[in-house]
Design a binder for this molecule. Structure first.
Ligand code: GRF
Length: 204
């Protein structure tokens, strides 16, 4: 068997997607291991959850750096210390630039709580409800310099119910996030993603 791909997860908050990735990585047949969880927010809830699962954690607080470039170089350094080969952004509330992406080319994933390209940005559920869509969902995509715009790896649809609020819709979408993020990481770790322009082909 190939050695497991070392995954780094970047968070800013409660880290429920990080936990779903950590649980997947803990399964014997999963082709990735969670090497480190890094937060840019010192008190992020996800840090305690990761530590409680025996996973290495680190804080790289963006406020300690003069600019985005030096913040990203510090992030890269921590990830390199843990020999990270691929990165999953999981509720990481900072834009990443080419400096970060070129350290892990084609190997940075993000999860977004809508069916992209609909409703990018920080208020996906609010925007989806305001627009009156009947189906929303979630997307795992490869990260590019344009926010929420990279090639799509996996999506799941979630019907909008009458009377849904941001919270009730978010809760049902989150269940699907926890299912598709590990699936996307598995495909990346198995080397089964072929990117052709915007399209990601999944090899059998
Ligand atoms: C998720 O809805 C994710 O799609 C979005 O931010 C939220 C993070 O939640 N990018 P959690 O920290 O993983 O619980």
């Amino acid at each position: 068997m190939k050695p497991a791909m070392k995954l780094g997860v970047l968070i800013s908050g409660r880290g429920s997607n990080m936990v779903s990735l950590a649980e997947a990585c803990g399964r014997p047949d999963f082709p990735a291991e969670l090497a480190v969880v890094v937060s840019n927010v010192p008190g992020a809830g996800g840090l305690g959850r990761a530590a409680g699962m025996g996973i290495a954690t680190a804080v790289v607080d963006h406020r300690d750096y003069d600019d985005r470039a030096s913040f990203e170089r510090a992030l890269i350094e921590v990830l390199r210390q843990h020999e990270v080969e691929a990165v999953a952004l999981a509720g990481f509330m900072r834009i990443v630039t080419g400096i970060f992406l070129s350290a892990f080319p084609g190997r940075v994933l993000n999860i977004h709580p809508s069916l992209l390209p609909a409703f990018p940005g920080g208020h996906a559920h609010r925007d989806a409800l305001a627009h009156g869509v009947k189906v929303s969902g979630c997307t795992v995509h490869l990260v590019t310099e344009e926010m929420d715009a990279g090639p799509i790896v996996v999506q799941a649809a979630v019907p909008v119910a009458e009377g849904d609020t941001e919270e009730s819709l978010a809760a049902r979408v989150l269940e699907q996030e926890h299912r598709i993020y590990p699936e996307a990481v598995r495909l990346l770790a198995e080397g089964r993603l072929r990117v052709q322009g915007r399209r990601v082909q999944i090899q059998e």
